[in-house]
Design a protein. Structure first.
Length: 120
């Protein structure tokens, strides 16, 4: 009978980019101050999507849902991977792996697995 064996991850450096958190203001409250820079948020998401070969979406409307099959709500990036299209949400990291592949990673898992290297 076979049993699982233990392995240690090899020390490799990766590139990663974290999607900014989505601090959506109350759009319909006339008394709220609009301090959230939506334009900067969208620009950042577009830059991340271009970097990983994905597509940035603020919301998937009916046309997008019909065309792409996307049924996500809220800002997200769709990332094509060998396992299919994966979704990165605000706060998630997008990792460029050792073979140039991209995939999303939840913040808690990323922070438990990786340490920052250098200042860039």
């Amino acid at each position: 009978m076979s049993a699982p064996r233990r392995f240690r991850k090899k020390p490799v450096e990766i590139e990663a980019w974290q999607l900014p958190e989505w601090d959506k203001p109350n759009w319909f409250d006339p008394d709220s101050e609009l301090v959230f820079d939506v334009g900067h948020y969208v620009d950042t998401c577009v830059a991340i999507a271009e970097w990983c070969g994905g597509t940035s979406h603020m919301m998937c409307n009916a046309d997008e849902q019909a065309h792409s099959g996307c049924h996500q709500v809220g800002p997200h990036i769709l990332i094509p991977t060998l396992e299919g299209v994966m979704v990165a949400r605000p706060g998630d990291y997008i990792i460029k792996g050792v073979q140039g592949e991209f995939y999303p990673c939840k913040p808690a898992i990323f922070e438990a697995t990786y340490d920052r290297v250098g200042t860039a």
